[in-house]
Design a protein around this ligand. Structure first.
Ligand SMILES: Cc1cc2nc3c(=O)[nH]c(=O)nc-3n(C[C@H](O)[C@H](O)[C@H](O)COP(=O)(O)OP(=O)(O)OC[C@H]3O[C@@H](n4cnc5c(N)ncnc54)[C@H](O)[C@@H]3O)c2cc1C
Ligand code: SF4
Ligand code: SF4
Length: 409
């Protein structure tokens, strides 16, 4: 008589509902539509997910990167996943189970995912980040220590510098990390609002050194991505906060978009609008090191785009930084009487300097609205081609070495 066939195991891809901030990035990214959501959770369809990993690096919280070995016949359905408040632990497996490690990952799919524009690793010299010290179940109540308008009073965009104080709570943050803010109240379907992500704009030593605080750069959303009137829930809530108000915060998030710590490292920063938040944090960290007399051979180069100078967050303080500390190029797209210029146009004009930096010990950071990514990648490619550098292999090397970081939203 034949022995019974061993129980077939699969490696099931799951999302941690406690950490996921329901930002929809994974659903937009998945090439085979394996991710879906209801009003409660984001979930992965086991019968469709092929394990290509394309969704892993874009997820801002890391909540997407969970896998469980389960007997194929007992895989978690999407209904199971919709009902979860937390991720189940790895269950004990039958002794006769055969770990087939499905989903079987197609090599082409895997290499496509590996060719993602952003690094899956942090720079080798980055500091070790703290992650998810505060979650949905146990958020941190931060106190607003200040809320200042960064854009000119007559500017269309209302961008705010918001300082949060964490009191006696241990909440260490690194430049490039994000936190999530949960607006109070419920959405139209009566469910509590989902948290929204915001980049930290202050360096690791805090907005004000010696105080347990950090800052955010928040743009009040008054129109949607198509330009139709819309009142953004979290951004309006944050922009209207007064000193002394409390805010529910979770995080920190982010273990890749971090700055290098070795003194010889160059940093190439390309941003628009509130994408300046992590660039301000990195620049301010280096500025404080320099002010403390630390020898820093690495160079800083910044391309920063906005509609008009009046709408450029941190324009005043940025203009005061000496050129030997940071090489800044601004691009304005709506100055009356002047041709429209975007960051990629300015990068093309400075292609030789960009290529020279890329040939050295450099780390690249791109942050801002989603639409900027394609033009910036194109400009980097052109700069390399002009300098005789093979862009695809440089880009691959940068991605593999944790030198290429993109955060667009
Ligand atoms: C990793 C990460 C970092 C982020 N960092 C920052 C940051 O430093 N500063 C910051 O201001 N935002 C940042 N965001 C965006 C932020 O999380 C919110 O999406 C944004 O504030 C809008 O939220 P809301 O609740 O106000 O709008 P919602 O109520 O969620 O949306 C209202 C409408 O506006 C549209 N919309 C959403 N966001 C935008 C936008 N940015 N521009 C135009 N239309 C929009 C929506 O599609 C919807 O139609 C970041 C997002 C991510 C994923
Ligand atoms: S691993 Fe690939 S197939 Fe699976 S959910 Fe992520 S992007 Fe989709
Ligand atoms: S936080 Fe990650 S898992 Fe959750 S919706 Fe966003 S991308 Fe998907």
């Amino acid at each position: 008589m034949n022995a019974p066939a061993p129980v077939e195991l699969i490696r099931q891809h799951l999302i941690d509902p406690e950490v996921c901030i329901r930002c929809n990035t994974c659903e937009e990214t998945c090439p085979v539509d394996a991710i879906t959501h209801d009003g409660r959770n984001y979930v992965v369809k086991v019968e469709i997910c092929n394990g290509c990993n394309a969704c892993i690096s874009p997820c801002p919280t890391g909540s997407i990167d969970h896998w469980r070995l389960v007997p194929r016949s007992q895989a978690y359905s999407i209904e199971d996943q919709f009902s979860w408040d937390e991720l189940p632990a790895q269950a004990e497996l039958p002794a006769d189970a055969a770990a087939t490690m499905l989903p079987a990952v197609d090599e082409t799919l895997q290499s496509n995912a590996a060719r993602s524009p952003s690094s899956a690793n942090a720079p080798w010299s980055a500091a070790q980040p703290s992650l998810q010290l505060f979650t949905h179940k146990s958020p941190l109540n931060a106190t607003v220590a200040g809320n200042f308008r960064l854009t000119a009073a007559d500017a269309e965009a209302d961008v705010r510098h918001i300082v949060l104080d964490f009191g006696t709570h241990f909440f260490p943050l690194l430049e490039g990390q994000t936190i999530a803010v949960t607006p109070p109240g419920n959405d139209d379907s009566g469910r509590p609002h989902t948290p929204r992500m915001y980049s930290i704009a202050s360096p690791r030593s805090g907005e004000r050194e010696g105080y347990n605080n950090a800052s955010l750069t928040v743009k009040r959303v008054t129109v949607d991505h198509e330009g139709r009137p819309a009142r953004g829930v979290a951004s309006n809530y944050l922009c209207d906060l007064k000193k002394g108000d409390t805010v529910q915060v979770t995080g920190p998030f982010g273990d890749r978009f971090l700055m290098p710590n070795h003194p010889g490292s160059n940093i190439l920063m390309i941003c628009t609008g509130t994408g300046s938040a992590p660039m301000r944090a990195m620049t301010e960290h280096r500025r404080r090191l320099r002010a403390a007399g630390k020898a820093l051979a690495g160079r800083l180069m910044l391309f920063f785009g906005a509609r008009r100078p009046e709408e450029l967050p941190y324009f005043g303080p940025l203009a005061k930084l000496p050129p030997e500390f940071i090489d800044t190029t601004l691009a304005f797209s709506r100055v009356p009487g002047q041709p429209r210029a975007y960051v990629q146009d300015r990068m093309r004009e400075r292609a030789r300097d960009v290529a020279e930096l890329l040939a050295g010990d450099t780390f690249v950071y791109i942050c801002g609205l989603k639409g900027m990514e394609t033009g910036v990648l194109q400009a980097l490619q052109e700069a390399c081609t002009l300098a005789g550098i093979d862009w695809p292999s440089l880009h691959d090397r940068y991605v593999n070495e944790g030198r290429f970081h993109v955060e667009t939203y």
